[in-house]
Structures are given as C-alpha cells and as structure tokens.
Design a protein around this ligand. Structure first.
Ligand code: PLP
Length: 379
C-alpha cells in the first residue's frame, strides 16, 4: 500500500517529484527521522504537508534551509531502528566531543534538548521573587516564561531606539540584585551584536548575578565569551544546534559554565531529557566544519544581497550580525507580510515590538532573490 493517497501522489508528481522521491519522503515521515534527503524541494515539501506549496520559501524562523550535514542525517538513519533501547552513552560522549571542539574542560559543558531549555532551567534555578530576570527588549522571549512561572519579575531594558543596540549601562543599572542578566549576542529579533569588551564589562559588574550569554547565532558573527569561562564564575554561555547546524527539530543545544555551576544546574535537569539520536547527529555535525563554513559563507553572501536589495528598494533595515535581517516597512508591515505569504514566502512580523518591523531570515541566494523580486513588485 502506498504511503500517500492517490491524489497526494499525483499532486507531488505534478510538482516535479519523482516516484523515488516519494518513496524516500514516505520513509522520512514514517521513521520520523532525518534521512539523507535534505534538498530544498524536499524541505519545502515537508512544509507543504502543512498546506504550503512545494516551492514555498520559509524564512520566518532563522533556520538553516539545507538541514543537517549528510553525516549527521545518516548517523540517525543508521540507528533509528535500534531506537527501542536507551543509548545514554551518546550523551556522555557528546560532552567529550563538545569540550574538545570548544576547548573547555569536560566538566564545563552539558548537552540539553535545545538551548531554550538551559535558559528556562537557569531562570527557574537562579531567579526568584527577589531576584529578577533582566533582559534586553525586544529580545528572545524564552526566559520570561520560566520567570512568570516562579513569580519572578522580568526587567525589560529597552534597546537603544534606532540602532537597536544593547544599552549596557541601563542593563547594569536595571536592578540592584538580579538573578540573571541575559544577553542574546547577536540579539534576536534585531540581529545587533555587542562586543566582547561589553560582555566582559557586564560579567565583571554583575558579579553577583548569573550572566547568561546566548550565542545561538555565534557562527555568523564570531564574537564569543567562551574563553572567559575559566576566570568568570558567574558566566554561562549557551549554544544551539538549531541554527547553523540545521537541526532545529532534533532539539539539541548545550550550556557552558564552570564545573560547579554545571553540576548544580544538572540537578534541575530530568535524567533522560536529551535525545540520544540527536546527540549522535550532533557529534557528526560538529566534526563537519566544512559544512558549517560553507553555509555561513552562503548566508553572508545572501545577507549582502538582501541588504543591498532592500537599500535599492528604499526599505530601511537594521544592519545584522546574524542570519536574519530586520526590515522596517512602516505602516505597511502586516500588509507586506501577508502579501508575501500569499506568494508563498513566510517572513516574521515583529511590528508588535518594533513598529513596522518584519524579520527576514537569510535563506539561500536564490530564495533571497525571490523575496527581493516580490518586494520590488509590492513596495
Ligand atoms: N536563542 C535565540 C537567541 C534564538 O533566537 C533561538 C531561536 O530562535 C533560540 C535560542 C532557540 O533555540 P533552540 O531551538 O536551541 O531552543
């Protein structure tokens, strides 16, 4: 019996898929795993399952449209049938691999299910009614949820209007005894980054708080606080496999800090929360530095193309250090987002935080050109 209904198959074949593609896609969906099947058509097809056309351009979640590197996908494919067994050792050995790749001691790192998870747990562990969660506004939202749950206040410190840079001084002055000062570098949704000197200043001046630097987009800017871990007992750094490594659905991330902090937070983690298949894939992903370099180079080129195109169209944007760009569309933001959606291009409205702002993830150069072509018709 075929996996797809007859009319689904007919539709997919009409869209340029071969019968072999369909067989592979059926295996992907059935196995629930990433198989060596990561071309854009296939990924667009997966979106189509949720009512998107096959050639949809999904640039609303800062993902890597090419998915994981082939070795990572294959590593999962090769063991998925053994998935009935616990495979704890994959998490232990991933810890070794991450420590080696990042040049820190083994005790300084723990894998998590994504990087929102350690942020959530850190807020639960270090914030309280008396010790609030301090963050830039607008910024990545995940920590606020945990703060709300424990009745801790979130102190939102406005980014500097216009440049959307962090106001370091205001963040430091926001509260006399914060539980966590959270810095997303580069910041989501603005793409603006802060220098290592500014990070060091925060770490030094907020000595009695946890300073958590979220480096989800580190690979696009190269600024990292990782080398300060040894001398900074209050510093935590999080990284994710959801962005540059193309593994968002697999839920893999990690947290770095001094050994006693990592051991303390580990107690707040449920024992088997990290997916062993994702750990296996992550080990392969960090080894394939060529894949990451290639993707980052592509993003930087496509980002240039996007910014140049926006400039030519007279659409203001915020210069970005990440794989997304915030365009400023004024009163037409929602209209533009909806019109792009009607043309199967998904971008992310952020006008509820910054009036007129729409966040555009940098996809492939081809996708970028398509967005620009549509914008030139709409603007
Ligand atoms: N941190 C930042 C700054 C993000 O923008 C995102 C996702 O958009 C995340 C963390 C979430 O990453 P994960 O998928 O690892 O939970």
């Amino acid at each position: 019996m075929s996996f797809f209904r007859a009319e689904q198959s007919a539709d997919l074949l009409k869209r340029g898929f071969t019968r072999r593609d369909l067989g592979r896609l059926a295996t992907v969906i059935t196995a629930g795993a990433a198989l060596p099947f990561y071309n854009e058509r296939a990924l667009a097809q997966l979106s189509m399952v949720r009512d998107m056309p096959a050639d949809a351009v999904k640039i609303n979640a800062n993902e890597n449209p090419m998915g994981p590197c082939p070795e990572a996908a294959e590593a999962i494919h090769n063991v998925v049938r053994k998935g009935g067994r616990y495979m704890y050792e994959e998490t232990f050995t991933l810890k070794d691999t991450l420590a080696q790749v990042c040049g820190v001691k083994r005790e300084y790192v723990t894998p998590y299910a994504g990087s929102s998870d350690p942020l959530h747990r850190a807020v639960l562990s270090y914030c309280s009614k008396e010790r609030p969660f301090v963050k830039a506004d607008p910024g990545y939202e995940a920590g606020e949820r945990a703060a709300r749950f424990i009745g801790a206040k979130t102190v939102n410190v406005a980014l500097r209007k216009g440049t959307w840079n962090h106001d370091v001084k205001a963040m430091l002055a926001a509260h006399p005894s914060p539980g966590i000062v959270y810095v997303c570098n580069p910041n989501n949704p603005t793409g603006t980054g802060i220098s290592l000197t500014a990070v060091e200043r925060i770490v030094r001046r907020a000595a009695h708080a946890v300073v958590l630097i979220d480096e989800a987009y580190y690979e696009f800017c190269g600024v990292t606080a990782m080398r300060n871990l040894l001398r900074s007992p209050n510093l935590f750094v999080s990284r994710t496999f959801s962005k540059v490594y193309g593994m968002a659905a697999m839920r893999m991330g990690c947290l770095f800090s001094q050994a006693s902090n990592i051991a303390y937070l580990h107690k707040a983690q449920s024992p088997y929360s990290v997916n062993s298949l994702a750990a296996l894939a992550a080990k392969e992903a960090v080894k394939d530095t060529g894949y990451v370099t290639h993707y980052v180079t592509e993003v930087l080129a496509a980002r240039e193309l996007l910014c140049y195109g926006l400039e030519k169209l007279g659409i203001p944007y915020t210069p970005s250090s990440a794989n997304f760009v915030l365009g400023h569309f004024g009163a037409r933001a929602i209209e533009i987002r909806d019109a792009l959606r009607g043309r199967a291009i998904l971008v992310r409205d952020r006008s509820y935080e910054i009036p007129g702002a729409v966040r555009i993830t940098v996809g492939t150069r081809e996708q970028t050109q398509r967005v620009l072509d549509e914008l030139s018709r709409l603007w």
